[in-house]
Design a binder for this molecule. Structure first.
Ligand SMILES: Nc1nc2c(c(=O)[nH]1)N[C@H]1C(S)=C(S)[C@@H](COP(=O)(O)OP(=O)(O)OC[C@H]3O[C@@H](n4cnc5c(=O)[nH]c(N)nc54)[C@H](O)[C@@H]3O)O[C@H]1N2
Ligand SMILES: Nc1nc2c(c(=O)[nH]1)N[C@H]1C(S)=C(S)[C@@H](COP(=O)(O)OP(=O)(O)OC[C@H]3O[C@@H](n4cnc5c(=O)[nH]c(N)nc54)[C@H](O)[C@@H]3O)O[C@H]1N2
Ligand code: SF4
Ligand SMILES: [Mo]
Length: 738
């Protein structure tokens, strides 16, 4: 047992709070003590209760310790790495040769804590000619990306630490975080009488409990709520005209329909008192600054893209961009957002946003005889057989593939269906990092060091991709020889050869991640960080001023080298970019540099939704089930072992006291929940936080004996018409006593 603290980070949500850990136990690989790292520039010592249970990730029950090959009878046999790499490369190459590289689909690339695999995978994908890919972002954030891209050429985040008004739309940051030091910030907002916390949620969540104004909408009515708020804004002349004149175009086209909105009627639909909606809107309009965040409660719900648009209008029409306490556009290290591609997906013709095929169409792009169907899939650091809509159909789709290869640390629901499973080092057995770098004005990046070596039989993804690319013949020993040679004379000599022979050579440029990994001589604790040199170079070319202010100036090569060196040596993370509020509006990249308020298709959608043909519920399914709530001890399926949960071990279905009374249900009892797609028996928790007619099941359950996997109950066809995101928070359901 050691008593010195080692710096690392939590990997259970996108915040990646810096941690310090003490190691002990068998092999020195157990976390005996865990605390927040004061030296981490983003989290500054903060950590929530989940971080203290990370040993359950490192010592997972379902850990894979050797490459696995599926036998004809469905069982697996262990094989050695040389065989695994040779056979996987040969099978994928054969799919490419028969059906074209475009038939090889890539899914994943990273989760909440690990984005380096996806960076290395770009080499493998290019070596295979694979074109289509996706990840979890294409079932949550692509509506926001698409709207943001069309209005501003980018997406924004917001400054909750300094805002006067905080507005959370379908988000419960008390549990889900997504903003730095969430609970500290929420408590400060709550107790300061000069600041207002506004929450839109059908449940009385922990965040709503702290709120000054809780707009407790009926599930799935956010489009009406936001319409009402925008109606009030325009009709009461509360908009920020000066901002609109200076920084937007299309004001008249949006004002006209908003003026015509029947606020009272919209409020009635939401079930929220009109006076409260007017008050909330006036508070926002009158505030010096508002920060807002839309999340899954609306992004995985009906009219999600429209709601995203209305939310953006609320921000723009109140001028809440580019000042302290409002929205900002951070300097990215790697940009993970983006707009729509020209080419749609090959079978369903679905819109591809930020390069990602909508998750909800993947199964139908496999289960078809269309000649362009996907024939093989490489899944890395993701568990789509569990996390995507309609698990039953998704499993069928995976089973229909010619080849499924899964790179994971654990025998996930997806890995169990693979032809080959390639076992990866955990996020503490290799260097790792994420590209969730959204801080402002000081933006933070953290390359976490490897804490201990992986057990024999597992490899970091960087090594797996390097071996695959080599087996595919895309990088040869002759390609690497001059770089190895130059490296002997130091980094500068190496860099000169790298720029000329790799970046200057179209065949090798896409292989840069793997070549960096193979030829940079780095200590084992940071070896998988090699790809960051290439990413730092791109950032230095794109954002020289913010990098220079953070101490990484000079020509791009020099700046990148300084930044890379600092990344390797900053165990607790570093500030890689320093922005200024005055720069934000200049980062709008639409033609003319203004916010485009009028999006005709979404204005037409608004008219349709508010129009007369309002749909009625289905009497066979009188409840609305929100399938996938974030709770105290949920973290997608990163930790698979239910024992890590100190609360809510079986993932109870929450139901209002009045519905429970009607059905004769009590906490701890069982109930059968049925949707159009499936049925399951679940534990009941009667909860004052729930409103009548609404049910809520937690996310990430069903990986062990307890709880139910939410997507056994969801359906892939229930999705947004614009970007294909699922309606997981709005699943029609009924209950029967079990
Ligand atoms: N503890 C924990 N934290 C996590 C995660 C985790 O698994 N566990 N996952 C991380 C990930 S990947 C993500 S994307 C984020 C997601 O973070 P959130 O979006 O905050 O998470 P959810 O709990 O899924 O949904 C938020 C809220 O939406 C509400 N909601 C349901 N229906 C509606 C509706 O019709 N309208 C409105 N306005 N709200 C509605 C729910 O009641 C819920 O409180 O959390 C991250 N943080
Ligand atoms: N019904 C419903 N479905 C949902 C949601 C919901 O609210 N409701 N939420 C959705 C959201 S927002 C998200 S983000 C997704 C998340 O779903 P996914 O993106 O599929 O992610 P995880 O469940 O976190 O699975 C991550 C996988 O990575 C593996 N892993 C962990 N560490 C490593 C590593 O270092 N290397 C490798 N190679 N693998 C590793 C884990 O074992 C696990 O199998 O779920 C979505 N699904
Ligand atoms: S789960 Fe908690 S400790 Fe871990 S990164 Fe998220 S907020 Fe930080
Ligand atoms: Mo997510």
């Amino acid at each position: 047992m050691t008593t010195d603290w080692k710096a690392t980070a939590c990997i259970l949500c996108e915040c990646n709070c810096g941690l310090e850990v003490q190691l002990g136990g068998e092999g020195g690989t157990h976390f005996t003590k865990i605390r927040g790292d004061e030296d981490h520039p983003g989290s500054r010592g903060y950590a929530c209760e989940k971080a203290h249970r990370l040993d359950h990730y490192q010592h997972a029950r379902d850990r894979i310790r050797a490459p696995l090959r599926r036998r004809a009878d469905g069982t697996f046999e262990e094989i050695d790495w040389d065989t695994a790499i040779r056979e996987v490369a040969a099978r994928l190459a054969s799919v490419r040769d028969r059906f074209g590289g475009e038939s090889i689909f890539y899914y994943g690339g990273g989760g909440q804590g690990n984005h380096l695999p996806g960076a290395y995978a770009t080499s493998t994908r290019r070596a295979l000619g694979s074109r289509y890919r996706s990840s979890a972002l294409a079932q949550e954030k692509t509506g926001e990306f698409w709207v943001g891209d069309r209005m501003m050429g980018t997406v924004t985040r917001a400054d909750f630490e300094h805002c006067e008004v905080a507005f959370f739309l379908g988000k419960n940051p008390w549990h889900s975080h997504s903003i730095p030091r969430a609970r500290v910030t929420l408590k400060e907002l709550s107790k300061d009488p000069a600041r207002t916390l506004i929450v839109v949620d059908p449940r009385r969540t922990e965040t709503a409990e702290l709120a000054d104004i809780h707009l407790q909408v009926r599930p799935g009515t956010d489009a009406w709520l936001l319409s009402a708020m925008l109606g009030v804004l325009v009709q009461e002349e509360l908009l920020d005209r000066a901002f609109a004149d200076a920084h937007t175009v299309g004001l008249a086209e949006v004002v006209a329909p908003l003026k015509a909105i029947d606020v009272a009627k919209c409020c009635e639909r939401t079930g929220v008192d009109e006076a409260l909606v007017r008050r909330a809107t006036r508070v926002i309009a009158g505030a010096r600054s508002m920060a807002s965040f839309e999340d899954l409660g609306v992004q995985m719900n009906r009219e999600s893209t429209l709601v995203s648009y209305l939310h953006h209008l609320l921000v723009a029409l109140t001028g809440n961009l580019g000042r302290e306490g409002t929205h900002f556009i951070p300097t990215p290290l790697v940009n993970i957002t983006g707009g729509a591609s020209e080419r749609p997906s090959p079978v369903a013709g679905a819109r591809i946003v930020a390069g990602m095929v909508p998750c909800n169409v993947i199964a139908e792009e496999i289960l078809t005889d269309h000649p362009k169907r996907y024939r093989a899939m490489l899944v890395e650091a993701a568990n789509p057989a569990h996390s995507l809509a309609d698990s039953v159909r998704f499993r069928e789709a995976l089973a229909a593939l010619d080849t499924l290869v899964v790179i994971d640390v654990a025998m996930s629901e997806t890995a169990r269906l693979a032809h080959y499973v390639l076992p990866a080092a955990t996020q503490f057995e290799k260097a790792e990092a994420t590209f969730f770098n959204f801080d402002f004005p000081k933006n933070v990046f953290h390359l976490r060091r490897r804490l201990f070596a992986p057990p024999p039989g597992v490899l970091p993804e960087a090594e797996i991709h390097a071996r695959l690319v080599e087996a595919l013949g895309a990088v040869t020993p002759e390609d690497l020889a001059p770089l190895h040679e130059a490296a002997k004379s130091g980094r500068a000599a190496w860099a000169a050869v790298f720029m000329e022979k790799v970046m200057g050579e179209p065949r090798l440029a896409p292989m840069a991640p793997v070549i960096l990994y193979r030829t940079l001589d780095l200590p084992p604790e940071v070896k998988e960080g090699a790809v960051l040199l290439g990413l730092a170079l791109k950032a230095a070319m794109k954002s020289p001023a913010p990098l220079e202010r953070a101490g990484f100036g000079g020509d791009p090569l020099e700046a990148a080298d300084k930044l890379f060196t600092a990344m390797l040596s900053s165990a607790s993370g570093l500030v890689f970019a320093i922005d200024e509020w005055s720069e934000v509006l200049g980062r709008i990249t639409t033609p003319g540099g203004k916010i485009h308020l009028a999006l005709p298709d979404l204005l037409a959608e608004l008219a349709r939704v508010l129009g007369p043909a309002a749909e009625e519920g289905d009497p066979a399914f009188p409840f609305v089930l929100s399938a996938g709530e974030r709770r105290s001890f949920t973290a997608n399926t990163i930790i698979r072992d239910g024992e890590w949960r100190k609360k809510d071990a079986d993932g109870a279905l929450r139901i209002s006291p009045s519905d429970a009374a009607t059905l004769g249900l009590t906490t701890g009892g069982k109930v059968k929940v049925t949707t159009r797609r499936g049925s399951a028996v679940v534990s009941v928790e009667v909860s004052e936080s729930m409103q009548r007619g609404h049910l809520s099941l937690p996310n990430g359950m069903g990986t062990g004996p307890a709880g139910i996997a939410p997507n056994e109950l969801t359906s892939a066809g229930d999705r947004d018409p614009f970007v294909g995101t699922p309606w997981h928070k709005f699943v029609p359901a009924r209950l029967e006593r079990a």
